[in-house]
Write a protein that binds this ligand. Structure first.
Ligand SMILES: [Zn+2]
Length: 304
């Protein structure tokens, strides 16, 4: 654990058996086991950790983000039962970036911090030049509050870049997995450099960990962290995220779920931040979570 003892989880997925039942039989692969907020908190408590901030991120296999809203209720109920234990946990959510779903009502929830575009391994040419700039997408981006952001997940830097270029300049953007899941291409992949340059030009783009989806080897993920800090400054990086329940595999086919628990994934982020602190001189705590204050700001109560 780092100096402050504080832990956040900037990217985690909570869903119940009821959420999975909505898509049973409709997907070409085995469904994951349920991963509920209650079980997750109980597991982390066993390791001596209660996060102060959690971001329940839209899970792409689900048709919408009803599970995100349900998790807000789940935490409220837990807190009523055990206020001493859970009263300090703040839960926010990132809902499905779908012009039809992310309507004014869903976006008006004070705990909704943004919308998530999920492209997985889509190659760049699958993102057409108007994929995210049609009238309906422009309307969605226009509905976001100034404190909300667009969260983008694509495994290729060039795919991230194509999406980023279509998001209006005034809209805040959070890019997953350090911007690339292709560590083998290195930090000098032209598309990666172009992605960092475009993020710097815009001035309102953050990159998020955990880092193990770029590489589960600290020394392989580290250059990407250092490149982000060098190009954008450490204030544009948020490393502390578990991405539990660790669905998927790395480039060598190693199953993340077999490799990580929530606690060990958060430990990975601490090790990565400490390695980055050695190289950059920026304290690990800042690299882990300082940017959370900006990405997930606490809304001020409206004046009466
Ligand atoms: Zn995820």
């Amino acid at each position: 654990m780092t100096e402050t003892g504080t832990v956040i989880d900037g990217h985690v997925h909570f869903f119940t058996a009821a959420d999975l039942a909505r898509v049973a039989g409709q997907l070409p692969y085995t469904l994951p086991d349920p991963h509920t907020l209650t079980d997750y908190l109980a597991g982390l408590k066993d390791s001596g950790t209660i996060p102060t901030l959690l971001n329940n991120v839209h899970l792409s296999i689900l048709p919408d983000s009803a599970n995100v809203f349900a998790s807000f209720e789940e935490l409220a109920a837990l807190t009523r039962r055990e206020p001493e234990r859970y009263g300090s946990v703040r839960l926010v959510g990132t809902i499905k970036a779908d012009p039809a779903y992310a309507d004014a009502e869903h976006l008006s929830h004070p705990q909704v911090v943004g919308v998530r575009i999920v492209l997985h391994d889509a190659p760049p040419d699958r993102v057409s030049s108007d994929a995210f700039s049609s009238a309906e997408w422009k309307a969605l981006f226009g509905r976001l509050r100034p404190d909300q952001h667009v969260h983008v997940y694509a495994q290729e830097a060039e795919t991230n870049l194509r999406v980023l270029r279509q998001i209006p300049a005034s809209v805040r953007v959070l890019i997953d997995h350090l911007g690339t899941c292709h560590a083998e291409r290195g930090i000098d992949e032209p598309a990666y450099r172009a992605l960092l340059a475009e993020a710097r030009r815009r001035g309102n783009v953050w990159f998020k960990g955990p880092g193990y989806r770029t590489s589960i080897e600290i020394e392989t993920a580290l250059p990407f962290v250092a490149a982000i800090i060098e190009t954008l400054g450490h204030g544009r990086l948020l490393l502390q995220a578990s991405d539990a329940p660790h669905v998927g595999t790395d480039a060598e086919g190693r199953n993340f779920a077999a490799h990580f628990t929530a606690a060990s994934a958060l430990q990975f982020t601490e090790s990565l931040a400490q390695a980055a602190a050695q190289v950059t001189g920026i304290p690990a705590d800042r690299l882990l979570r300082q940017a959370a204050d900006e990405i997930f700001p606490v809304l001020k109560k409206a004046k009466p």
